[in-house]
Design a protein around this ligand. Structure first.
Ligand SMILES: [Ca+2]
Ligand SMILES: [Ca+2]
Ligand SMILES: [Ca+2]
Length: 305
């Protein structure tokens, strides 16, 4: 939605939706409520996202390259990120599907904490948008915000105990914090199947679902505070895609919804997502309706903050 974002930036002349966030597109992003009666299957297939309004699919045109300041051409790497949510009337989770096309795959890392050196996806959350260091008042990251990661599974080389083996809470978090990972579903699927380092013209589909946490502590979920998703709410959330094409050079680019480096460990640098409800986006699934005036009012109020 590059044209949309540029037009609104011109009209409103703003660079960020709030002081404690950093949005690469200047206005923030949107997650869509999963249609009633619909289920997202975390299987790496896009089939169950056909309802998703394409105006809210984000890619390089809506993001920034935060390591060297230069976005690689789409022939080198491209992505399309879909984000959805449910409230407490259902399972109160966030869902994501990120489809990446890459001319060369590099997945040689063996340490789960160092997957960022390869082709790899970071899913970062600060649900109550509290900002600040993700340690909070504790000695481990993952407390006030979380950097979850997804990476192609290579059996015997890179395989976490969570999701389909591709899911991992990073970076240098206390071992006790991985209860968060147990609650996530994750699927990372390549086309062609079995793609590995050196494979060319690869598509990597990253799909996940998880509950969000305003406070996550080493003692586990009963001692922690689960986030309640609500219509119209703005949460700290975003994606950072690591790109590597050369197994010796490793990571060369990071493409992010955050406008600057630092979101992986500090919510002040993280982008924002506003939760749009059913009827506030154009449902592609048959009972299509135009975006209602109420939604545009909400979107414009986001720009004006
Ligand atoms: Ca799916
Ligand atoms: Ca590439
Ligand atoms: Ca690559």
């Amino acid at each position: 939605m590059k044209k949309f974002a540029l037009a609104t930036m011109l009209v409103f002349g703003i660079s960020s939706a709030s002081d404690a966030a950093s949005n690469a597109n200047g206005i923030g992003y949107f997650a869509l409520e999963v249609p009633a009666g619909h289920t997202i299957n975390v299987d790496g297939s896009l089939d169950d996202w056909a309802w998703f309004d394409p105006a809210f699919i984000y890619g390089p045109d809506d993001m920034t390259e935060i390591l060297i300041g230069e976005m690689p051409p789409k022939s080198d790497i491209d992505l399309a990120a879909y984000t959805a949510w449910t409230g407490t009337d259902r399972d109160n989770k966030i869902f994501g599907f990120v489809r990446v096309t890459d001319d060369t795959l590099v997945v040689i890392e063996t340490l789960l904490d160092d997957g960022w050196r390869d082709d790899d996806l970071e899913v970062v959350a600060d649900p109550d948008a509290s900002g600040g260091p993700m340690e909070g008042e504790f000695d481990t990251r993952g407390v006030a915000g979380q950097q979850f990661t997804m990476h192609v599974v290579i059996p015997g080389q890179y395989e976490s105990p969570y999701g389909d083996g591709s899911w991992w809470l990073r970076w240098q978090v206390a071992p006790e914090m991985h209860w968060l990972d147990e609650l996530a579903e994750a699927s990372t699927v390549t086309d062609p199947p079995g793609a590995g380092t050196g494979s060319v013209d690869v598509t990597v589909n990253y799909e996940f679902s998880m509950p969000l946490w305003d406070l996550a502590v080493p003692d586990g979920q009963d001692a922690s505070v689960r986030h309640i998703n609500e219509l119209g709410q703005t949460i700290g959330f975003g994606y950072q895609l690591n790109e590597a094409d050369n197994p010796e050079i490793r990571r060369t680019h990071q493409i992010s919804t955050a406008g600057e480096e630092g979101a992986s460990g500090n919510g002040d640098f993280l982008s924002e997502y506003t939760l749009l409800g059913i009827g506030e986006y154009d449902n592609q699934g048959g009972d299509a309706t135009a975006v209602e005036a109420q939604a545009w009012g909400k979107i414009k109020s986001t720009f004006a903050r």
